[in-house]
Design a protein around this ligand. Sequence first.
Ligand SMILES: [Zn+2]
Length: 175
Amino acid sequence: MTKAAVSRYLDGIRASEPELIAEVERLLEKSRTTPVGDGFIDIITPADNIESFLESMTNLGIAINVVTLWCDCTPNNKDRYGCPHGFGGPRYESGYYSEMCERDPFDVAKSYPDLIADDAAPEDLVNKYNAAVREYVETGIKSRPEYSPCLVPGFWLVVPKAWKRQSYQSRIAAH
Ligand SMILES: [Zn+2]
């Protein structure tokens, strides 16, 4: 079994490095996200900025394929919802994000064509992927066994694996 040597989606993204990396990082900062690690997976996004963040990624042509869950552990949420609901996690100005470690994170590729290998127009695939992610975050999440109003998403951006963040929180590389 050989994998397609060319990926229309990834080729398109690679064609505009490094400007695209800089732009993605600008948007990570604008949405006050907390990225875990030094790349572009587990981009923890505050509840108020989810919609604008998803829209900005779609406009840039960046797909999201996996969503992990994080409990937004703030003093307020502790009182209201009994946080934390998960394990440790990265700090931010209002508290920290507690890692839920759910066994089956939402994965768009389970129900849609493989973004990397598919021959369809990348734009169409990005729209499909991000619409599925949006629907999960808005409604699907509520039927999860671990659901609590404190949960926020960690978005996994589909970008070349070698990409590392250059500026935004690039020194905070660990939990
Ligand atoms: Zn919680």
